[in-house]
Design a protein around this ligand. Sequence first.
Ligand SMILES: Cc1cc2nc3c(=O)[nH]c(=O)nc-3n(C[C@H](O)[C@H](O)[C@H](O)COP(=O)(O)OP(=O)(O)OC[C@H]3O[C@@H](n4cnc5c(N)ncnc54)[C@H](O)[C@@H]3O)c2cc1C
Length: 386
Amino acid sequence: MEFSLTEEQRMLVESARAFAEQELYPYEDEVERTDQVRPELAQQIQHKAIEKGFYAANMPEELGGGGLDSVSLSLFERELGRANFALQYLVARPSNILQACVGDQREQYLLPCIRGEKTDCLAMTEPDAGSDLRSMKCTAKRNGSDFVIDGTKHFISHADIADFVILFAATGEEESSRGPRKKISSFLIDKGTPGFAVRPGYRSVSHRGYHNCILEFSNCRIPQSQLLGEEHQGFAVANDWLGATRLQVAAMCLGRAYRALKIATDWAASRKQFGQFIGRFQGVGFKLAEMTMRLEAAELLTLKAAWKTDQETATDTDYAMAKLYSTEMLAFVSDEAIQIHGGMGLMADLPLERIWRDARVERIWEGTSEIQRHIIARDMLRPYWR
Ligand SMILES: Cc1cc2nc3c(=O)[nH]c(=O)nc-3n(C[C@H](O)[C@H](O)[C@H](O)COP(=O)(O)OP(=O)(O)OC[C@H]3O[C@@H](n4cnc5c(N)ncnc54)[C@H](O)[C@@H]3O)c2cc1C
């Protein structure tokens, strides 16, 4: 086993961390206060990311992306993850699933996203279909050579700034051993297409400046050329490309936990009560020990899943374990970091209360903690029940 980073990875980590500290941290307070990223600021960050070669780091080099292997990408995500979510998001990593684009779709959607000319968003969740995505009610019905889309999606991240949506909709039903089951297809739909409206979503406790939206489709007609992948194979396309987004969530949680742990350690080493540094009290020192141990365990799970991705041996369980453990670790570390600070931990003068608030969504999106546990247990038990 080899745990050390290559020289190239070390340089990537250093430059990504410097980028977060110099180009993103200075604007965090503003975004927290205003719940917005000013368009000029968004452009500035995007331009600097392109200049640095950070933009679309997840995409293959031959398409103009960064071409990072999965371990390097996870290290990169970890470093960007230290910063406010809305700001780091501007160093875009377009949805991997866009690599399923074929023919004209590549020039219309995939390549402009890699060049920073367009932004995608991805819509699966509906008011009545969250964890149980198969129960989605949004339909895409064939009408001549077109599809007609009807239905509502909600919680769709950054649809307010996206140029198009990667939409998942039901295109029929089939019999399965557990009864009738919806067939799902995915589509590329431009904003401005008649019958497609984007409305503001809900105010969330996590990720100020990064908004979720409601998408409404009513008699929205699109040509067959907007199908992404094969008809009825939407989940197959998703499974091929989206496992890595759980890894991205895991990696970003590491970065934020490192930041919280450093602030807490500095405080424990310098804050005095009862005439001594509070880190000398076991009650505080043991917290730090537990925080650093869980963080390291989460990092090992994440980098192992990334390494297996590079070997093409990663399983759903690998991604589930990395996502589950890292998101729960961040909840623990950010909470304990606040506890170590006492009242000061809750004040917006420090980034801790934001990291703590932002941590909450990580256990919910990209599959809840319960769903990750379900995936792990299912994989363990499947051989018994074949
Ligand atoms: C801020 C934010 C941004 C998001 N962005 C996007 C996006 O861009 N695109 C997108 O498509 N979706 C997005 N989502 C949706 C997200 O993926 C869902 O919220 C998530 O999958 C859970 O669905 P739900 O909220 O409907 O909860 P539900 O599925 O209703 O779950 C409610 C509770 O029941 C539990 N539960 C459900 N089924 C089981 C089970 N089988 N076993 C045990 N427990 C179970 C869940 O774990 C949870 O605790 C976003 C969500 C949020 C909050």
